[in-house]
Design a protein around this ligand. Structure first.
Ligand SMILES: Cc1cc2nc3c(=O)[nH]c(=O)nc-3n(C[C@H](O)[C@H](O)[C@H](O)COP(=O)(O)OP(=O)(O)OC[C@H]3O[C@@H](n4cnc5c(N)ncnc54)[C@H](O)[C@@H]3O)c2cc1C
Length: 390
């Protein structure tokens, strides 16, 4: 690993740092708002500013409204945003459907959809999971029949994050029921305002409703809103999941550990504070070491990218290790708060403690989405360790 940065990267880093400092709407940040997707709708001031600057779609080419950043610049950009406490651009538009359309979309689809995503003017959601199709996605049943110039869609999706603020949904649908399951799936782009499409919020543990059931009842979808060919949607599905992992969350574990330390110092235990407890300190130190290991793995990945090499298996390992370390840290933060943590629901906690409790609730999801950790371990067993399959 080589941690020195070339001069042009140093000056790019400064450019990003200065711009973020001058433009991030810190004054609008609600310390109690941890609602995730819902705050990144079209009315997001920050994403709007990034869109106008051309920095929202930071992995895209300039041609379609992206930043045109090189891979090393992308890493530095994310790094500076995280350090500044600014939200890193995310969402199904810029991280998933956009990159997929570059690869498989028609020219008309690219022209119609990409610029609006890059300017944060249209929001997308993902219609993959169904009540009986999650990890085993190929068993999906939502049906689309080709009727001349349109598809007729019937069925149900579930866990559709951000459906309440989305303008469009990309969906995997079944277009053939006989033969190999993977060979009867197609990939459709569907307007959320289509007659017959309805959504129902799912209430979450943290009180929010970030995701929804999405129902399709005789929904008409123009035939030119298919990506790729009919019955070849599985190729799109796999390509898109690769983009999903590339756009995985950016949480600074060092900052989180620091926050837990502050909380532990503020809570009494046996005549002192929680931080005076040696077992607590040992557990926190262990997790900080794990966070450091991850940081150095990230440096190794960054070095590979800076040298123009493709990242290796580190990214799958990172997904599992990061989500599990995160969950352990949140659990420790909650322990430090003791019974006080139970006062989260009506915002009686100080903002930094509320943040840990809310993020703990959300943190449970990190080992489920983007391919559950069990599925990731299966992948590592086969591809990294070369163990035999089923
Ligand atoms: C916060 C959040 C947001 C989400 N957003 C979206 C979204 O926007 N759009 C969307 O389409 N989906 C979304 N999902 C759904 C997500 O993709 C699925 O939850 C995930 O794929 C797992 O599917 P499942 O919930 O049906 O669990 P299942 O597949 O039923 O799995 C249940 C358990 O069995 C384990 N398991 C399953 N198969 C195997 C195996 N072969 N080997 C070992 N263990 C196995 C799993 O790891 C898990 O622990 C979201 C999920 C979460 C938590």
């Amino acid at each position: 690993m080589d941690m020195r940065e070339p001069a042009e990267i140093v000056s790019f880093r400064k450019e990003v740092r200065d711009w973020v400092k001058a433009n991030y709407p810190y004054e609008k940040a609600d310390p109690y708002n941890y609602a995730g997707h819902e705050r990144h709708g079209k009315d997001s001031v920050w994403f709007g500013k990034l869109g106008r600057k051309g920095w929202l779609a930071f992995r895209w080419p300039v041609e379609w409204g992206g930043s045109g950043f090189t891979p090393p610049q992308q890493l530095v950009y994310v790094d500076e945003l995280v350090k500044a406490g600014a939200d890193v651009p995310r969402g199904f538009g810029i991280t998933m459907i956009g990159p997929l359309l570059f690869q498989f979309g028609t020219d008309a689809q690219k022209r119609r959809f990409l610029p609006a995503i890059a300017r944060n003017e249209e929001i997308w959601c993902q219609g993959y999971s169904e009540p009986n199709a999650g990890s085993d996605l190929a068993s999906l049943q939502t049906k689309a029949e080709l009727r001349g110039d349109h598809f007729l869609v019937n069925g149900q999706k579930i866990w559709t994050s951000g459906a309440g603020i989305a303008d469009w949904i990309f969906c995997l649908v079944r277009t053939r029921s006989e033969g190999k399951r993977q060979q009867g799936i197609s990939f459709l782009l569907i307007d959320m305002k289509s007659p017959g499409l309805s959504i129902k919020p799912i209430k979450q543990i943290d009180g929010g409703s970030g995701f929804y059931e999405t129902h399709f009842d005789e929904v008409k979808v123009p035939a030119d809103q298919i990506v790729g060919k009919i019955n070849e949607g599985w190729t799109m599905a796999k390509a898109l999941l690769g983009h999903e992992r590339a756009g995985a969350s950016h949480i600074d574990l060092g900052q989180l550990a620091q926050r837990i330390r502050t909380i532990a110092r503020q809570h009494a235990l046996d005549g002192g504070t929680v931080m005076d407890d040696s077992e607590f300190r040992m557990r926190l130190a262990g997790l900080e070491m794990d966070a450091d290991c991850m940081q150095y793995t990230r440096y190794r990945l960054n070095t590979a990218v800076m040298q123009g090499k493709a990242p290796g298996h580190e990214s799958s390992i990172m997904k599992v290790f990061q989500s599990e370390t995160l969950q352990k840290m949140f659990d420790l933060g909650l322990e430090a708060m003791g019974p006080d943590a139970m006062a989260w629901y009506d915002k009686r906690l100080p903002p930094e403690e509320y943040a840990v409790v809310m993020q703990m609730c959300y943190g449970r999801a990190t080992s489920i989405f983007s391919g559950s950790n069990e599925i990731q371990r299966n992948i590592m067993a086969k591809r990294v360790l070369g163990l035999p399959g089923d």
